[in-house]
Design a binder for this molecule. Structure first.
Ligand SMILES: CC(C)(COP(=O)(O)OP(=O)(O)OC[C@H]1O[C@@H](n2cnc3c(N)ncnc32)[C@H](O)[C@@H]1OP(=O)(O)O)[C@@H](O)C(=O)NCCC(=O)NCCS
Length: 141
């Protein structure tokens, strides 16, 4: 990639024109990551999402949101490709998807301790999260 400046990126909440080829390199460190075509299904199945894209269409960051459309929403997935981190890309994605969700009572996310300051800067507060994971379904297929 010629430039890693965030000025090269387009931020969008729609999926028009996004193909699995544009979704390479995500789910870093996952033993059984979803394939790019499964990733696209995840983006399509989410009530809202935000993407950061290069001029060629490649996605370098994304966030998804699930919502009941009335009171509450949850942000299950947020990731920026390593070479694009530390420049505010994720912050902008979260702000965009929260705006896209509309004016809701509750918007929650679960995260590791080290990311608490990141979410606090975005106006969220620390709470407890109860989670369940079924490893055999990690790739979504
Ligand atoms: C977390 C993540 C999305 C942040 O993306 P980003 O574009 O770099 O985020 P921003 O530039 O908006 O904010 C960066 C800030 O987040 C915080 N941060 C991000 N990752 C962190 C980590 N692993 N440990 C501690 N702080 C972290 C830091 O305060 C950082 O500020 P700095 O660059 O001045 O140190 C990115 O690191 C990532 O994709 N990580 C792997 C997937 C993941 O953990 N997703 C979150 C699931 S809850």
């Amino acid at each position: 990639m010629a430039s890693h400046s965030p000025h090269a990126l387009t931020f969008q909440t729609f999926l028009h024109g996004v193909t699995p080829d544009h979704l390479q390199g995500f789910f870093e460190g996952w033993p059984h990551p979803p394939r790019p075509d499964t990733h696209l299904k995840i983006l399509r199945g989410s009530q809202a999402r935000a993407l950061a894209r290069l001029p060629g269409g490649q996605v370098v960051g994304f966030v998804t949101a699930l919502s009941d459309g009335v009171l509450s929403a949850y942000l299950p997935l947020l990731e920026v490709l390593p070479e694009w981190r530390g420049q505010g890309v994720a912050s902008r994605l979260v702000e965009l998807v929260i705006t896209a969700l509309g004016d809701l009572y509750m918007i929650d996310s679960a995260c590791d301790d080290e990311l608490v300051p990141f979410y606090e800067r975005l106006g969220m507060v620390r709470g407890n999260a109860m989670i369940r994971r079924k490893d055999s379904r990690q790739n979504g297929r």
